[in-house]
Design a protein around this ligand. Structure first.
Ligand SMILES: CC(C)(COP(=O)(O)OP(=O)(O)OC[C@H]1O[C@@H](n2cnc3c(N)ncnc32)[C@H](O)[C@@H]1OP(=O)(O)O)[C@@H](O)C(=O)NCCC(=O)NCCS
Length: 195
């Protein structure tokens, strides 16, 4: 059942990217992302086996967004209009923090795309959602994700014991977090519209 609680949402433009509202029209690109075993190796959700899995996923994300449980951006590459990734924030409005999630098509890894995309997202989280803390739980061996959050200024807090179930095995993860007062952003983006 949907509540009346509505989170703010803004779309953004950076040098190479648009961060826009997710929708079923991105199902094809989104399927290519979520169907890739390498992209999904360290991730929570299961790999999508068919476009129907992706459509169901988009439906659940859309409903959760309408219900104020998640904020979800499609990351679109301006040069070819492809949706190459996504970013989510799951806010806890009582305690003023959110968990961040990032997915990027492997063709675009290590080109600074997520560092670029996360700048307006962090600004939005701290200024529009008025959060105090963003956190990311990362599997211990997931170097790419650890490096990304370190680059964004997140600090390592500690180990969470066996809180990830990966391929049937419980694994430890690391908690990283960034506080509003620590956040230093590069202003390489603009807000397009606030919805
Ligand atoms: C994690 C992920 C989003 C990183 O995105 P990205 O756009 O490649 O990251 P960036 O290019 O902005 O890199 C940020 C920093 O991390 C480093 N980095 C990224 N991937 C790396 C890797 N595989 N090995 C070592 N360093 C890496 C970059 O070199 C950069 O640091 P630097 O500028 O000091 O050199 C991407 O690898 C991904 O989508 N992985 C699969 C999905 C996933 O696991 N998501 C997280 C679920 S917890």
């Amino acid at each position: 059942m949907q509540s009346n609680f509505k989170l703010p949402f803004s779309e953004f433009e950076t040098k190479r990217l648009l961060l826009i509202k997710y929708s079923a029209r991105f199902a094809h690109d989104s399927f290519l992302l979520y169907n890739d075993e390498e992209v999904m190796k360290w991730a929570g959700p299961d790999t999508h086996k068919s476009i129907d899995d992706t459509l169901l996923f988009i439906k659940s994300v859309t409903e959760a967004s309408a219900d104020g449980k998640i904020i979800f951006w499609a990351v679109q590459l301006k040069e070819n209009n492809k949706v190459i990734g996504d970013i989510s924030l799951q806010p806890d409005n009582k305690h003023k923090f959110a968990s961040a999630g990032t997915f990027l098509s492997k063709e675009y890894w290590q080109k600074g795309i997520m560092t670029e995309a996360m700048q307006p997202v962090l600004w939005f989280a701290f200024n529009k959602l008025e959060l105090n803390r963003i956190e990311a739980q990362i599997y211990l061996e997931h170097i790419a994700s650890i490096k990304l959050y370190q680059k964004l200024g997140f600090k390592k807090e500690g180990i969470l014991r066996q809180n990830f179930l990966i391929n049937g095995t419980f694994k430890n993860s690391i908690m990283y977090s960034l506080l509003k007062k620590e956040c230093k952003l590069i202003n390489n983006w603009k807000e397009l519209k606030s919805i």
